[in-house]
Design a protein around this ligand. Structure first.
Ligand code: IMP
Length: 433
């Protein structure tokens, strides 16, 4: 059962990129299963920083192949740009990056519709990344979407694009009074993608399952976080796909029986970009401090992220949905120097205390977190090499997380650099159940 799944356990931006990068050297294939160019994975390497939106970060590891699965919505312009950038850095991409022939495409009309729809919703706007993700998934499920394979046949693509743009133009004009898009210009631009994308297109489920049969290891990487899942997240303030573990099977075509590790990535505090309920949000100077110290600005949009304390009610919930087999704690160093740290262990709602995470927004908006206050630490933990090197109170913080969630911690990230990570037996914090 050689599939490891890496899942953001909060609202995204947990630092999955770094963990995926570290695990990539142990696997043969890194495969992305959902989302689109709304995600941004930042990878620090020496003094270089990369942001990848679509191509899995495994591409920087020679000998590793990367797959963009059918569950991802692909902006052809964005993926070709990213491929160009990676090639310019000196990495071989052809023969190592594979794009599922069944993945759906994001077209300019998806972004246009999203923009006007967000404006129209006004105070109720989701606060999307503006990358056309929601409208592309809408077309997928309305069965009017255009897929990667369609890019390879100019006649089919032109016919499908014409039909889709004419429909979207009616929506733009009649519902939103917005400007129409030019059908011919879009067709002219996108027919050119056949030769650009052709070298990468494969039947990904066949490829991945054949690899599994040969005993190869796959690292499946989700984008965003479990609390942005369209079913299990804080609907409607969610993304339009499934970052949760089921998304790995439907987004790649690998059977659940092949999955043996499900790693929940947990940032040592919480952040959220976009709108929607966030019980532990800090609207004071501590929130500001976390944003500044943690550099909490969107990798895709640059928007400042909302910051708050770690929420163990939410984490227990996402662990339940995903069946995390282990946790990786990230950005622990951002808490360095805080006089005390708070962790939400339950919520108070309607006069009662509850440990249930209410994913229905109208309830979540009204809960008050009940906090456990823990002492902070002064020491700079970035050079710690083992769990035992961490200050005692830091160890207690980690132990409290593992035991409350009931899942062991197996990786601890203490800084942005690759080497600032405690892994293996040196990092294991056993959950005391
Ligand atoms: P969309 O995915 O662009 O439709 O945006 C829906 C919601 O998900 C918004 O609140 C976005 O800010 C949020 N979101 C989308 N991608 C990410 C991500 O990679 N990290 C954090 N939040 C995200």
């Amino acid at each position: 059962m050689p599939v490891t799944v890496v899942i953001g356990s909060q609202w995204g931006d947990e630092g999955k990129g770094k963990i995926v990068d570290l695990l990539s050297k142990e696997v043969d294939i890194v495969a992305r299963y959902q989302g689109g160019a709304n995600a941004g994975h930042t990878i620090c390497w020496g003094d270089k920083t990369f942001v990848l939106h679509l191509v899995p970060s495994g591409i920087f590891h020679e000998g590793v192949s990367c797959v963009i699965g059918n569950g991802v919505v692909i902006d052809p312009v964005a993926v070709i740009d990213e491929i160009r950038m990676i090639k310019e850095l000196g990495y071989q991409v052809e023969g190592r990056l594979f794009i599922s022939h069944n993945a759906h495409l994001i077209m300019p009309y998806h972004k246009a519709v999203e923009q006007v729809r967000e404006r129209y919703r006004d105070a109720d706007a989701i606060g999307t990344t503006g990358r056309g993700i929601g409208p592309a998934y809408m077309d997928k499920f309305a069965r009017t979407g255009i897929r990667v394979v369609d890019l390879l046949d100019r006649d089919v693509l032109s016919m499908k694009l014409k039909r889709a743009i004419e429909e979207k133009n009616q929506i733009l004009r009649s519902i939103y009074g917005a400007e129409e898009l030019n059908v011919d210009a879009i067709i002219e631009e996108y027919v050119e993608f056949d030769r650009l994308i052709d070298p990468y297109v494969i039947d990904a489920p066949q490829y991945l399952n054949a690899a599994l049969k040969e005993g190869k290891h796959i690292l499946a990487e989700g984008a965003q976080g479990a609390l942005l899942d369209v079913d299990f997240g804080t609907y409607p303030y969610v993304t339009s796909s499934h970052p949760t573990v089921g998304g790995c099977c439907t987004g790649l075509g690998v059977p659940p029986t092949e999955i043996n590790r499900i790693i929940g990535i947990v940032k040592a505090y919480c952040t959220r970009v976009g709108n929607g309920p966030f019980p532990t949000e800090l609207l004071d100077e501590t929130g500001e401090l976390l944003r500044k110290t943690g550099n909490e600005f969107g990798a895709t949009t640059g928007r400042p992220r909302r910051c708050g304390w770690l929420d163990l009610v939410a984490l227990r919930y996402t662990s339940m949905i995903n069946g995390f087999t282990e946790l990786a704690i990230t950005k622990l160093d951002v808490l360095n120097g805080l006089p005390s740290i708070q962790v939400a262990t339950s919520y108070r709602y309607d006069g009662k205390e509850t440990t249930r995470f209410p994913s229905e927004g109208h309830t979540l908006e009204k809960v008050t977190p009940v906090y456990e206050t823990m002492p902070g630490w002064e020491a700079d933990i970035r050079t710690a090499d083992r769990f035992e090197d961490l200050p005692e109170v830091t160890q207690e913080y980690l132990q409290f997380i593992a035991s409350t969630v009931g899942v062991d911690i197996t990786m601890i990230s203490t800084g942005p650099k690759r080497e600032q990570t405690i892994t293996g037996e040196r990092s294991r914090v056993r959950a005391v159940r």
